[in-house]
Design a protein around this ligand. Structure first.
Ligand SMILES: [Zn+2]
Length: 82
């Protein structure tokens, strides 16, 4: 079972680790990289203990095909904001 469910907005980007982090009760940090998020991974693990958290995020925000080719205006689609 995962220790907690954490929204990606509540995690912190760590430049040094190149990963999103969240404090682990053991004193270390849960970590998940952008590459893992792109692959649909939703488990952030702590390297120092056996705990992990489930990361809540919108997979489309990290999808490869969203970040590339955005110089092509014809590929843009209207965005509906709820
Ligand atoms: Zn830990």
């Amino acid at each position: 079972m995962s220790y907690d469910d954490v929204e990606i907005e509540d995690m912190q980007w760590n430049e040094e680790l190149q990963a999103y982090t969240y404090p682990c009760p053991c004193g270390d940090l849960f970590q998940i990289t952008k590459e893992e998020l792109k692959l649909g991974e939703e488990i952030a693990r702590c390297p120092s203990c056996s705990l992990y958290i489930t990361v809540i995020y919108n997979a489309e925000d990290f999808a490869e095909n969203n970040s590339k080719n955005n110089l092509q205006p014809q590929n843009r689609q209207p965005v509906t904001v709820a």
